[in-house]
Design a protein around this ligand. Sequence first.
Ligand code: THU
Length: 132
Amino acid sequence: MDIDWGALRVKAAEASGRAYAPYSGYPVGAAALVDDGRVVSGCNVENASYGVGLCAECGLVSNLTMTGGGRLVAFTCVNGAGDVIMPCGRCRQLLFEHSAEGMLLETVSGIRTIDEVLPDAFGPRDLEMTSP
Ligand code: THU
């Protein structure tokens, strides 16, 4: 599948414009290409109870599920200045759950795979190993 990283970044920047980030003042937008060609996106949504704020990736994954599911093929995430930023650790786990094999991420050090940004990940397959 051909990935238009520029177009994906534009979608992420648009999403960052919808962010609700009054506490950090740090809007974030994320966008991803799905294996059926859809593009899903999300923005961060903070909360007066700081710790329960939602990262942009949370919105993106909800958007993925709400619009038909599927597997994430390519992902990017930007801040309010349009700079590419890294998904936080928790969000790497969120993305892993819904990733296509070899999912690509635009990162601060170039294009990387999900396995590179979350090595030896715990995932759905691990839960198949149930103890008696
Ligand atoms: N943030 C995200 O939305 N995604 C990330 O992967 C990194 C951090 C948000 C959370 C918080 O609203 C703001 O950035 C500052 O940490």
